[in-house]
Design a protein around this ligand. Structure first.
Ligand code: GLC
Length: 736
């Protein structure tokens, strides 16, 4: 790169426009960036300054809420590859996705754009998507790093969250993607994390992301997220998007000695590397290939929650009535920056009519405008009298959820619920098919219907996919990637979401989603991992074999015990039975999606490694495997464990160092300080040593250094000496 002035360097670390970076010389071409996680939202090289005008047609895949429900990394990688093809075709070098924040509350307005409440499922699926996208020479951009779990006040809110919850819940999916998929870019979040904006948070962007995880890509801001451009560059942000025109702030920071010029050079080098990596995007698939993948993904996302036998609809003589505008006017994606202009859209009504060949009547039943239309409801109820089965397509209209705002409640629109009640009185069997990006309340009406199909938002091919499942051509194999609570009040984050006065406190800590419901033994409507099939599966033959320190191989046999082909998601949870620290009753540590013909069996296996048993020791900033018993649970959902085994761990053998603030209790547990403590107690004045046992229990949590104020002969020098000796010889191996 030619010698560039500070001014020129300052210009390079911000975009040239809303979607492009600055070109400089021959080895730094301008790069074109575009949303979004489930399809290209791009106006091409030209377009309006905000990018809100119509974008070029692109295949609209199922948003992450649906992709998450497939639990199928192999399929998701193919979705990623197809996204990469689409980007390459449109000349886009950097695709702004996947969105992978954890669903802390079902009220999150952008939950449609995220995978799950669980970081393991999120991390594995996002890893697959990134691998697929980058296999075409297009950069993926996992986002929004980190703890962007609400839309309320998102550009200012300060997220107060424990280091342990950060590591175990809000960072660990990003860690998995960085370590396993090596994304070429990453987007920092709008919000503050423990007081510091994510886009200028050195701990996040440098210490954790680069030093600890080895990230070697480019970090860009979310759009308009940068508060102080000089502080952002100093913290490890490489690209402000879009440009805010405050280059002078960077120049003056450098000339004023507050920002080292080398930070600019580093950021520009990362931009150059990104340009190199994306120099030759190569589409390998066609638009038709992409549309086929979109259909397959939609089909695998559909989650059957209830079925009294009414599904699948295979009897052509059954008089079907389709009710609900969603059947004709599908809601197939969410609102905001991810919105795609699809190449084609199928609706369920036309698909059913085309596939069934039967007489399928239709009534809109309600308006999507938000206006209540009693006439539509009356007509639907009247028509239901002549139907054997009513397919009621209900859900959340566009204005109910979106990027930019959170929801206030979980219930479906009142007019839809009123209609559903009346349909239930018609005498026809009722199948509810849902279209929603965020979880909705089902407990208040599920007993009054015969089947519930959760369709989430399925992308442009959702109409065909849903008809194939309803008619039995595809067996439903989706599983809940987010728990459905009985009541909003039961949700672990209920009292603190979305916070107030610019602050949100993650008071539930690591107990997010099923971790909270299961640990508190709170009933849910449908648990994490749940989903029905048109067949049934038998779980047999659990085998657990040690592989090394805190590592085991686990295998089991899955059999299709029914008469139809189907897909099952076998889930593996680890439960720490005896632990020094409070932990969720169990945590997802593996899963496999398996498709079997009737009667077919297959062995499913996993390799568990130390990290699968570890918790984050926040005091000493490390992953720790505590000694004790661990249950290995294999099941069909977090609440349907079919096989259980137990392993014993000796722990990781790492002893935490003593510190000046280490307590009497910690000293008494350490092989070097324990004997010294006994000596010190023996040397204490009469009375102090024989203190009543309850007194000793009371002082166990007292830092030993505080004893220097008790006048019992303990000096700071003594304490420092013991700490030094204990840390020099942690196991006390040296002769004393
Ligand atoms: C939005 C979103 C982000 C998106 C970006 C560009 O505000 O938070 O996900 O990629 O801006 O549209």
């Amino acid at each position: 790169m030619t010698e560039t002035t500070i001014q020129e360097k300052a210009r390079l670390v911000a975009g040239a426009s809303t979607w492009k970076t600055v070109a400089s010389g021959s080895d730094l071409p301008a790069l074109l960036l575009a949303d979004g996680p489930h399809g290209l939202r791009s106006q091409g090289a030209e377009g309006d300054s905000l990018g809100i005008g119509d974008s070029l047609p692109a295949v609209c895949f199922p948003p992450a809420v649906a992709l998450g429900s497939t639990w199928n990394p192999e399929l998701i990688e193919r979705v990623g590859a197809a996204l990469g093809d689409e980007a390459a075709r449109l000349g886009v070098q950097v695709l702004l996705g996947p969105g992978m924040n954890i669903k802390r509350s079902p009220l999150g307005g952008r939950n449609f754009e995220y995978f799950s409440e669980d970081p393991r499922l999120t991390g594995e699926l996002a890893t697959a998507l990134v691998r697929g996208i980058q296999s075409r020479g297009v950069a993926a951009t996992p986002k929004h790093f980190a703890a962007n779990n609400q839309e309320t006040d998102r550009m200012r809110v300060d997220v107060t969250v424990s280091r342990r919850a950060l590591r175990e819940i809000y960072l660990s999916a990003f860690e998995r993607v960085v370590r396993e998929a090596k994304p070429w870019a990453l987007m920092s979040a709008y919000n503050r994390v423990n007081g510091v904006f994510a886009s200028e948070n050195r701990w996040l962007l440098d210490e954790v992301l680069r030093e600890q995880w080895g990230f070697d890509g480019l970090v860009m801001s979310d759009w308009g997220a940068v508060d102080d451009p000089a502080a952002a560059v100093a913290a490890g942000l490489d690209l402000e998007m879009p440009p805010s025109g405050r280059h002078d702030r960077i120049v003056s920071a450098v000339t004023g000695g507050r920002l080292d010029e080398s930070a600019l050079d580093t950021a520009i080098e990362r931009l150059r590397v990104l340009a190199q990596r994306t120099a030759a995007p190569r589409p390998l698939g066609t638009v038709e290939d992409a549309e086929q993948v979109a259909l397959e993904a939609a089909g695998e996302a559909i989650t059957l929650l209830k079925n009294d036998g009414v599904l699948p609809l295979e009897d052509g003589s059954v008089r079907l009535l389709v009710v609900g505008e969603f059947a004709r006017t599908p809601r197939f994606q969410g609102g905001g920056s991810s919105r795609v202009r699809p190449t084609a859209v199928t609706n369920v009504l036309d698909s059913l009519r085309r596939m069934s060949g039967g007489d399928v009547a239709f009534c809109p039943g309600f308006s999507l405008s938000g206006e209540v239309d009693e006439a539509l409801a009356d007509a639907a109820v009247e028509a239901a009298r002549d139907a054997d089965v009513v397919l009621a397509f209900l859900g959340l209209p566009d204005h109910a959820e979106s990027e930019g705002f959170d929801r206030a409640g979980l219930t479906l629109p009142a007019d839809q619920l009123a209609l559903l009640r009346r349909l239930g009185e018609s005498g026809a069997r009722v199948v509810v098919v849902l279209s929603n990006g965020g979880v909705v309340d089902v407990a208040s009406w599920r007993d009054d219907v015969d089947a519930i199909v959760e369709g989430w938002l399925l992308g442009q091919a959702g109409g065909t996919a849903m008809a194939e499942v309803l008619l039995g051509r595809v067996s439903p194999s989706g599983r809940l990637a987010e728990s459905i609570p009985l009541r909003l009040e039961d949700t672990p984050s209920h009292l603190t979401f979305p916070g107030r006065d610019g602050q949100v406190l993650y008071g539930e800590d690591v107990y997010v989603g099923y971790r909270g419901y299961d640990t508190r033994a709170v009933e849910v409507a449908y648990p994490f991992g749940f989903g029905l099939s048109y067949t049934s599966f038998a779980y047999e033959g659990l085998e657990i074999e040690p592989m090394g320190p805190n590592s085991w191989s686990v295998s089991m046999r899955l059999r299709n015990a029914g008469v139809r082909a189907g897909g099952e998601v076998v889930q593996l949870y680890v439960a720490a039975d005896s632990s020094a620290v409070d932990r969720p009753v169990h945590e997802l540590r593996g899963f496999r999606k398996v498709f079997l013909e009737p009667g077919e069996s297959r062995t499913v296996s996993w390799e568990l490694e130390p990290r699968d048993f570890a918790f984050w020791n926040a005091r000493f900033e490390r992953w720790q495997v505590a000694p004790g018993e661990y249950r290995i649970e294999v099941g069909a959902s977090s609440r349907d464990i079919r096989l259980v085994g137990t392993v014993h761990s000796a722990g990781d053998g790492v002893r935490d160092p003593l510190r000046l603030d280490s307590t009497l209790g910690e000293w008494s547990a350490h092989p070097v300080s324990a004997p010294l403590l006994a000596q010190m107690r023996a040397a204490m004045p009469a009375g102090a040593a024989e203190a009543a046992p309850e007194l000793l229990e009371m002082v166990r949590s007292t830092p030993v250094i505080k004893l220097t104020t008790w006048g019992i002969g303990v000096t700071e020098e003594t304490v420092r000496d013991v700490v030094a000796r204990a840390n020099a010889d942690p196991e006390g191996d040296e002769p004393r």
